[in-house]
Write a protein that binds this ligand. Sequence first.
Ligand code: PRP
Length: 285
Amino acid sequence: MIKIAIPNKGRISNGVKKLLEGIGISVPENGRKLYVSTDNPDIQIMYARAADIPRYVESGAADAGVTGEDMVWESEAEVEKLLKLNFGSCRISLAVPVDSPIKSPADYKDGMRVATKLSNITRKHLSKMGVECEIVPLAGATELAPQLGVADMVADQVSTGNTLGENNLRVVEDIAESSQYLIANKKSMEEKEEEIDTLRVSMESVINAEVKRYIMANVSSEEELGRVVEVMPAMDSPTVLKLAKEGAYSVHSVVDKSTLIQTIRKLKRAGAKDILVMNMSRVVD
Ligand code: PRP
């Protein structure tokens, strides 16, 4: 049995649920419960605040967890980062009211009040620049702090930028880029190696499948076959199947979604017909 800590709210909780569903774990609503069982008897979900997940994973209260890299930096928890996920990445930015005299980092001053839920990251960054700021620690909705007169600037995650825009704030500086990760407890990785590795490989296979497509194309001669195989990208080598009709073949492969249009164009030019493209649910390297 492994316990996986996931965020109970915020920007990324839907992405985590979708990923878990992709690997066959349907996650029930938590209600007020801390741990919830899933339809997989080997997996228990633990709902927590994204900021607390690194600490729970470090202590072993959860064997694994999904949270942002920024939450790991902020907590300084000793955990293993196992897999970068394909959703919820953001920048950590310093932002000020649109009419602030602070136009660039050169305008930072000692004593400047910075509202943030990322106190450690922010203090370290500004200290490195030789600025001793006053941190105003908040648990969320930091964007309101300048309007309320309790801070001169905010340090927060920025994804679409909508929250900053709605609160009349503008970015002065991006401090870091942060991605979502599957993280694990170091001891659990030894004691539950197989379960945790299965979790990592399953998530990776779902992420791979989202950026790849299965493609099939038919040819009606050996000559066309040669040309199509030459232009067909593949993870290793395309599959060639003989069709019932004499001299005809079907060429199958897995290609990057981003290059699909170019691939189809090349295949048609090489003589391919009946081109089919399909989504996949998993791709294991
Ligand atoms: C983060 C962050 C911002 C918002 C930015 O909060 O603190 O408020 O997302 O996103 P945007 O640029 O797309 O508008 P999150 O939803 O993670 O929740 P939290 O405030 O509860 O931590």
